[in-house]
Design a protein around this ligand. Structure first.
Ligand code: AMP
Length: 436
């Protein structure tokens, strides 16, 4: 397999060295386990635990897809990912009512954010017409829902056309619930939000998860509750402050914690290094010291970059060079991890049992500063570990590098996966019915 960024910089992950187990290979061992988290997420009912035949089923999907300038869906991945649950419900003769948000219409009907293009895409993918309602809980949504035959599908309009959605207004949730007899949440990307369609509606209907959420909680829950060891976490991205919760939660669970990206410079500062003009959170230096002390006390192998690729300015084509991390001069900024660090991080990943990765190792959007992130992607792919990529930026990096197929699981929710890794309650999952 070829991982590439830009035209010149390429690494190759040979097809034969793809060692990461696939979700399907190891999930049976985790299925039915009840020891995850305080919320017992692995014990949540799924679509397979409830009789849906002849019933109206409201399914919360994440159809928040990007569009090109001409109103065409530019990346239908999120719709494709919802198809497994939709097809299961159709095949089992449910009357399916789909809902989602799209963009930020700010509580008003605004056809720029209409889900109609999604209905057209779904109709093609399913091979029959998905009936598009012109409202969310009004006359159109209700009359289509009432006339649905077994195996038919309706899509109601963007739930965020009503300001009550994001306020989790109980009356609005009740109206949404009144369209159906069963609620299925399959929108992991919004599971960390307590909105009417992601959580409130579960107060009024039997509530279960779809395949997408089931997969997220099985893989991430399994990794957190009983990881195959050694358990290595790699955290990067811009700031320590965005990831404090994750670092703290993972410190109790991992054998090795690798820190890269912009957040590494706050740790370097805490070690007394000069960090030049690198991104550095001075108000988090004490916290960084405390985290390193905790890591030592807990016997966690804590790795920060030994060497750094520094640039003159925050620009893709700026002059750059590699220096040891304690030798960053004034007027230079760290923009990627250096070659010694790449090797050290790759060594730490060799033989790992479980790897969780969230955040890039440098400004990976720019070719000159992408090597650290590419190197980590390659090392994770080759590690043979159960590999879990947090959504958002790191997921985008892996996709862009062409390494997605080499990972066990790429989360579909950036914010939600971070909150999951922090050990926080996700309202969209907590609200679902337990198996017992
Ligand atoms: P996050 O959303 O927190 O995962 O941050 C991702 C962003 O962090 C990406 O856009 C990267 O460009 C940025 N980033 C990573 N390393 C650095 C760095 N050394 N300096 C500035 N930004 C960085």
């Amino acid at each position: 397999m070829l991982c590439s960024v830009g035209s010149n910089l390429q690494i190759s992950i040979a097809a034969g060295c793809r060692n990461s187990p696939r979700y399907a290979d190891f999930c049976p061992a985790l299925a039915g386990r009840k020891d995850v988290n305080t919320m017992n997420y692995l014990n949540k009912k799924t679509v397979e635990d409830i009789d849906v035949a002849g019933k109206k089923v409201l399914v919360r999907c994440d159809f928040n897809v990007p569009f090109d300038g001409e109103g065409n869906i530019s990346d239908p991945k999120r719709i494709d990912e919802a198809l497994k649950t939709i097809r299961y419900l159709v095949d089992h003769k449910a009357k399916v009512i789909l809902c989602s948000h799209l963009g930020r219409p700010k509580g008003e009907f605004n056809m720029k954010y209409s889900l109609a293009p999604v209905a057209a895409y779904l109709s093609k993918a399913l091979g029959f017409e998905v009936k598009m309602a012109s409202d969310v809980v009004g006359e159109s949504a209700q009359s289509i829902a009432a006339s649905l035959q077994d195996g038919e599908v309706e899509l109601i309009e963007n739930v965020r056309f009503h300001k009550e959605e994001e306020k989790n207004d109980p009356e609005f949730a009740k109206k949404l619930a009144s369209l159906a007899e069963i609620y299925v949440n399959d929108a992991f990307g919004t599971a960390h939000r307590a909105h009417a369609s992601t959580a409130g509606v579960a107060d009024y209907l039997p509530a279960v998860c779809g395949y997408l959420i089931q997969k997220e909680i099985t893989v991430m829950g399994g990794a957190l509750s009983d990881p195959k060891r050694p358990f290595v976490a790699i955290l990067g991205g811009a700031k320590v402050s965005d990831k404090i919760g994750v670092i703290t939660n993972l410190l109790d669970k991992v054998d090795t914690l690798i820190i890269g990206g912009g957040m590494a410079y706050t740790f370097m500062k805490a070690l007394g290094y000069s960090t030049g003009t690198s991104i550095c959170e001075l108000d988090k230096v004490e916290l960084a010291k405390d985290i390193m002390a905790q890591a030592k006390a807990k016997n966690v192998n804590f790795l920060i970059p030994e060497d750094t690729v520094v640039g003159k300015e925050y620009k893709p084509d700026t002059e750059f060079k590699t220096v040891d991390s304690d030798q960053i001069e004034d007027n230079w900024m760290g923009l990627d991890v250096g070659p010694k660090t790449r090797e050290k991080f790759a060594k730490a990943l060799e033989g790992a049992g479980t790897v969780v990765w969230n955040g890039s190792m440098g400004v990976s959007e720019w070719e000159n500063f992408a090597a650290g992130t590419i190197s980590v992607a390659k090392a994770v792919a080759e590690s043979g570990a159960i590999s879990i990529i947090g959504g958002g930026d790191s997921a985008a990096a892996v996709e862009k590098l062409g390494c997605a197929d080499s990972m066990t699981h790429i989360s579909t929710g950036g914010g939600a996966s971070l909150e999951f890794l922090e050990g926080k309650v996700l309202p969209g999952i907590a609200c679902l019915n337990d198996k017992d």
